[in-house]
Design a protein around this ligand. Structure first.
Ligand code: ACM
Length: 531
């Protein structure tokens, strides 16, 4: 996790915003002062004794991957160079199987630090927690005496990156994986196709990248991942205990498909919102660089469409070790309802026949013949409108579970109330950090409880997002709120799950993020610690 980028932007931004000074230590209730960890752990107790002191002679021993990751993290945060053969007090990283998946225990005292993971992922998360615990003490670096027992609330904790509206390089995607893994996310959903461009090379359909990948929103340069690029992303994600969930959005959001295979798509139709805001109707066969939605559709009653879906998802299934393939299904405003239901049912069946679990945006949830156990992704508001909640419940009735992405809370591309001129506002934006934080997964959809919820995912659409700095500015710190919704106990089950606690804990992460080169937005809602 020793990051590759310069720190200039983050340091400049922080320097400008840090006049507020050091955040006090996180409070648990009114009485107990606890070290700050984000996402809040299931259980944390501060021990009475002296802290563990880090130095160049600190010995880090145990599981090789975890020891390497921890050494890099300590170096990035402190500049110290602990070593496997150091002669000083020891940090031990070990696996002790038997606990819940992805869980870990961390015990630190004056003499030693021990992180025990129930599996490799749990150990990795314990290492991330230790990175957050490292603090300055005069000229020294310490780990406070503490005991943490931690495990995730939800199995799926995702971030989504839209690489279609603007293309993002392999290096950028790998950096965002590192960023997200540090907050215990375990899934990267890549939105690989949209009206503006197709971003993944497929042997079965070469024209997609020859003819439909070259451009992006506003006529900016496009791009695509070769199969080797995709493999590199998948492998990098796996090294950070993340799966990749590839999305090919269908049957709408497919104008770019028509640049390559015009026989598969309908003529564009103008959607109501385009009439209202004066957007021009996109032209068949010509690149689309605007940001309207809902005007394109694959042909529903043509078998060639399903041959296409079988080719595309067949190749993706072979390239993707994770269990999920996402078929999109949102905003197919130009596709008649019955056709839409027929389409998503058939394509979910194609994916299920490939041995993968289909995922679809919530609109697909009431299709009568959806493949059993298809996962739904809810992207409505925290208070559902227009029957979106009922569509989402359709997945549960069909034996599936839900990923929650409430757009007015954790769409990370929504503008901040004060900050950079980036992002959109349509999802009740601007979206403050406090709004991103103050929601509880089990209360978003009536009759949907934890057992129906696979997890939480924070999408980042890229109509206005061009660079890694843009991504990190929009994501951080709000991504930490999504991490807490996905990992931490429910809001009524932990004293740490309050906005006041979160804002203090997240404020103390500023120096760590800076040392990792993460260009976060120094929101004025938070008192950022300087060191
Ligand atoms: C979406 O935001 N259209 C899923």
């Amino acid at each position: 996790m020793n990051r590759r980028r310069g720190r200039t932007l983050a340091l400049a931004a922080v320097a400008a915003a840090l006049l507020a000074g050091c955040a006090p230590p996180a409070q648990n209730g009114d009485t107990v002062s606890l070290p700050a960890v984000v996402p809040a752990p299931a259980s944390i107790e501060q021990a009475a004794g002296a802290p563990f002191r880090l130095s160049d002679s600190t010995r880090i021993e145990g599981e090789a991957d975890a020891a390497t990751a921890l050494t890099a993290l300590v170096e990035a945060r402190t500049g110290l160079s602990p070593a496997a053969n150091g002669g000083g007090p020891t940090v031990t990283v070990a696996i002790e199987r038997g606990g819940p998946a992805e869980s870990y225990r961390l015990v630190a005292d004056e003499a030693s630090v021990t992180i025990t993971g129930a599996d490799d992922a749990g150990l990795f998360y314990g290492v991330q927690t230790l990175g957050q615990l490292i603090a300055r003490d005069g000229d020294d670096w310490i780990v406070p005496a503490v005991s943490i027992d931690d495990a995730p609330r939800f199995a799926y904790r995702g971030v989504m990156l839209d690489v279609a509206r603007h293309f993002h390089s392999v290096e950028t995607v790998k950096a965002y994986i590192d960023d997200a893994a540090g907050l215990k996310f375990n899934a990267l959903h890549l939105h690989l196709s949209d009206d503006q461009g197709w971003r993944i090379e497929l042997h079965s359909r070469p024209k997609l990248t020859e003819l439909a990948a070259g451009s992006a929103v506003g006529g900016d340069a496009g791009g695509f991942y070769t199969r080797d690029d995709y493999r590199e992303i998948v492998e990098h994600a796996a090294s950070r205990h993340m799966i990749v969930v590839p999305e090919i959005d269908m049957p709408g959001h497919t104008h770019a498909v028509g640049l390559a295979y015009p026989e598969l798509v309908e003529e564009p139709v103008i959607a109501d919102h385009m009439r209202e805001d004066g957007s021009e109707l996109p032209e068949s066969g010509k690149h689309y660089g605007g940001i309207a939605v809902g005007f394109s559709s694959l042909k529903i009653h043509d078998e060639a469409t399903y041959d296409f879906a079988a080719d595309v998802f067949g190749e993706l299934a072979a390239m993707t070790p994770g269990p999920y393939l996402h078929l999109g299904g949102d905003e197919a405003l130009g596709t008649p309802d019955e056709d839409f239901a027929l389409f998503v049912s058939r394509v979910s069946g194609i994916i299920a026949d490939l041995g993968k679990t289909p995922v679809a945006w919530h609109e697909a949830g009431d299709a009568p013949d959806l493949a059993e156990a298809t996962v739904g992704q809810y992207w409505g508001f925290m208070r559902p409108t227009d029957g979106m909640d009922d569509k989402a419940r359709g997945f549960v009735r069909n034996g599936g579970r839900l990923i929650l992405s409430p757009a007015d809370a954790i769409y990370l591309d929504m503008q901040y109330p004060t900050g950079p001129q980036l992002g959109l506002t349509w999802a009740n934006g601007p979206t403050s950090v406090q709004r991103a934080y103050e929601w509880e997964p089990s209360t978003i959809l009536a009759d949907v409880d934890d057992s129906d919820i696979l997890g939480v995912e924070a999408p980042l659409w890229s109509e206005t997002i061009r660079t890694l700095d843009d991504i990190e500015t929009m994501a951080f710190p709000r991504i930490a709120a999504a991490a807490e919704a996905g990992w931490s106990p429910a809001t009524d089950a932990s004293e740490l799950r309050t906005w006041d606690s979160f804002r203090e804990r997240v404020g103390s992460l500023g120096p760590l993020w800076t040392s990792l080169g993460i260009g976060f937005h120094p929101s004025d809602e938070i008192d950022w610690a300087t060191e």
